[in-house]
Design a binder for this molecule. Sequence first.
Ligand code: MN
Length: 193
Amino acid sequence: MLPVNGLFEMPVLPYEELGKTISKETLSFHHGKHLKAYVDNLNKLLPGSGLEGLPLAEVVRKAEGGMFNNAGQVLNHAMYFEQFSNTPKPISTRMKTLLEQAFGSMESFQKEFEQKGATLFGSGWVWLSADAQGKLVITQQKNAENPVTMGLTPLLTFDVWEHAYYLDYQNRRADYLTALWQIVDWSVVENRM
Ligand code: MN
């Protein structure tokens, strides 16, 4: 994502709703309020930072402190909202084979991904990424962290900040994580490789 006239724009939601998996109310707070605040804060911090004009992932790699937190959260949320659909494309044979090579089976990949999301203490994100050799890895990242800072290519992420699920699932983070598979659009995920 590149800034336009020096400012990052609000990532557009590619849908108006996601059925029961993520309610309209959650979307309106999560996208309309939480993400909006991160975008506004990032744009306030950019002028004079020395990072003006860089692509967002580059800002995340170079920024520190509040700038890192807001840039990271803009990148994380842009990827999170973009990867869902009401008419999700199924996983390709190629991607399924890569996941089977790394995790044994599709089921064990999903189980490990959910488990790492459920056991992340506090706020953060669980990520599927590709390393420099193309091997797939799952990482737990705290707060605003993104795997780009570890030299990985991020592919898929589930937000486990409470604001992502509390209105719909209350304290049942594991149920929210299980439900998200229904709306993951694998064509979006695979295009990130
Ligand atoms: Mn969030």
